[in-house]
Design a protein around this ligand. Sequence first.
Ligand SMILES: [Fe+2]
Length: 541
Amino acid sequence: MLAGIGAAALLVGGFALGPAAFGDAAPGKHPAAEIHKPSPVPDRIILTPTDTPATSQRVTWRAEATAEWAQAEILESPKALGQVAPPTGALTNVKALSTTPVNTSLGYASTYHTVEFTSLKPDTRYTYRVGDGTNWSEWIDFTTAASDFEPFSFIYYGDAQNYIDTAVPRVFRQAFADRPKAKAIVNAGDLIDSANSEEQWGQWFQAGSFIDGQINNISIPGNHEYSGGSVSSFWAPQFPYPKNGPAWGDNPAIDRTAYYVDYQGVRFIGLNSNVQSVPEVMAAQTAWLEGLLENNPNKWTVVTFHHPVYSTASGRNNPIIRDQWGPLFEEYGVDLVLQGHDHTYGRGSTVASRKSATVHASTVYAVSVSGGKMYDVSGDNWTGNGADIMSSSEDTQLYQLIDVSDDTIRYEARYANGQHHDGVLIRKNEDGERTVNEIRTPQNTTGEQAQVNKTLVPAEGRVQVTAYGYDPGEKVTVYLRNTKAEEDKNGVFVGYKNADELGRLTYSFALPPSAKKGSTHVVYLDSANQQITSPVITVTK
Ligand SMILES: [Fe+2]
């Protein structure tokens, strides 16, 4: 009975929502100038890191306010506000460092203000608000970086660029829902489509909403942040990044667009790939990059720029980027290279670093897209230039969650609906050796994944087997299995060995006397996480 009422109500609801129920004249499109016009009340509030993220923090916002009055208040995060006044003396008032009006095509200027909070305590939660002393934002919390290594998470997005007000917000919000305590958001360029569009920047900030006020933003520009050879007039006022780029002041083309931040044990390097065809600027940037990689006190290194080393869209190629930066990433052991531009997804590493069917030992290159514009995927530019593309997709909106810990970086790409798409676990030991392990699936933990040093072995001769993809210290049982034996039989027990700290296994043994001349065998490695075999070994004499 109840079910019947429910169905009827839905049906009525269906009619009520049909097109015939609406009026004759459709409403007009609400103008962008109305949607995005500024007021004295702050909006577009965003955190950008300083050179010293453990003790200082920049906040930028937009508001109709004069330089004289633009200001912020900050205190160590209180248990309550509202009716509860901040403790006496707890509140610090900070005057804006800069106020920059950006003229827009919508008939008004958008004025950006930046404050820098200094003398903060490391790894401490603060609460702040911005405004003009009368018109304030809400109170917003952030936590400073720890002064040394501490595990943390960050989020990475490829191009948002299109459908910013329709398809992008759900991606940003799902990422935040999955990693609400992320310390940074990395944008690999093309945040918007038209460099100087006030409307699109307004949409981009609305998509990020309150999230940008509490998580540091590490963005670099793509080609769509450029117009007529110049970076967007919104760029520097919105993203006042540290002045630590190459030849600061000499290359206005890359001001605020190439910089680095050492954050809690990770060196983040932002590069400007838009200048790849300007040799002298590119040379300055490449030399600066090498210096940062050579003298890097951090265990982990993440580099982001727009145009990929290995392109994931058909017909695209960035040989200058690949030739100048690719070898540096490999030589200095960069862990993650996060890119955009191709409106597809690709993730892989160099062929030279391949250790097994699924495990590599080098830099992880990723290309991703968060927005709704899609291209056809192609792995040709990877395979044609010495790289394995281990995962790819098209027509997928994605966000990436990256969890940094002492010994591992876990990287995972998820779809807009929150489902898993792809992932790797990067392990690094104290010597800087790495393994890049695919996140385990039933497919990559069974089958012929182990290697042997020879496949023709004399009776009772020695064989060395190697395999990857284990947990550190995982116990592996080694068997020699006659190929004529039934699949479900383990074979002859040979020995035990524990995988090392990077999940590698190397085990050397003599063939047991039962392996007679002319017989054929596989090495079978059994452990908690994988059941894998080697190619066939033939006993020769
Ligand atoms: Fe692009």
